[in-house]
Write a protein that binds this ligand. Structure first.
Ligand SMILES: Cc1cc2nc3c(=O)[nH]c(=O)nc-3n(C[C@H](O)[C@H](O)[C@H](O)COP(=O)(O)O)c2cc1C
Length: 212
């Protein structure tokens, strides 16, 4: 048998299925007007819609439910140390028991802890994270015929939320001058891959639809 074309497989039972998605830092507004930052990676985009998955009990989710707007700040690969500094924290004043048991603590000022700076948004109240190469202002898409409970809260305590992107901010250094395009060679996202931080690797090719 050709071992290259027919790799042997076995059935495994991994504790998580984080197969590699970009790290997003979601900024939301707390009830007192301060800003929370939720690091997360369960997100995917289709056109101007982004679907995110957030576990229950977090401050970012509570803020999103209340204010229905946020900024999805895409972390660059050079931001992994700051992301890991805020990783074991929650903006929620009372840390849920299951989180405290895994070492989470409350942190009111994740901007200072991460070493980042805030800049005002155009169409939503939460600020953007200046250091992130892409910053997407977004609002929760509500089907007005359906109540808020229609957000899919699974038995496991996860909310799956659809967002509409309203404004895209991009660092000049990651765009192609004079165009609307992000340059895939210059944009260096941070990925979360089976609980490890990874960079994007080397370019392998382009699709027939690539514009740059
Ligand atoms: C790299 C990374 C990816 C994460 N991805 C997710 C995710 O996709 N969904 C989620 O609910 N939590 C995710 N978490 C965990 C949250 O960041 C954690 O629950 C945090 O306490 C939420 O903060 P908040 O309560 O202030 O919103 C991730 C954490 C890190 C560091």
């Amino acid at each position: 048998m050709d071992m290259h074309r027919h790799p042997r497989t076995r059935v495994i039972h991994p504790s998580i299925l984080y197969f590699g998605t970009p790290v997003l830092l979601i900024t939301t507004r707390n009830p007192d007007g301060s800003t929370n930052i939720t690091p997360m990676s369960s997100a995917w985009a289709l056109a101007d819609r982004i679907v995110i998955g957030l576990s229950g009990g977090g401050q970012g989710l509570a803020n999103l439910r209340r204010e229905r707007e946020c900024v999805l700040n895409l972390a660059g690969e050079d931001m992994h140390r700051g992301v890991e500094r805020i990783a074991p924290t929650t903006g929620h004043a009372s840390v849920p028991a299951w989180k405290a048991a895994t070492g989470y603590r409350h942190e009111a000022d994740k901007f200072t802890l991460g070493g980042w700076h805030a800049d005002a948004s155009v169409s939503v109240k939460p600020p953007r994270i200046v250091e992130c190469p892409l910053q997407l202002e977004a609002r929760v898409l509500l089907d007005l015929d359906r109540p808020l409970e229609a957000w899919r809260d699974s038995a496991g305590g996860y909310a799956i939320i659809e967002l509409e992107v309203l404004h895209v901010h991009a660092h000049d250094e990651v765009t192609v001058a004079g165009t609307q395009h992000v340059d895939p060679q210059l944009y260096r996202p941070l990925f979360y891959l089976f609980r490890h931080y990874m960079g994007p690797g080397k370019p392998l090719g382009r699709t027939f639809k690539a514009e740059v």
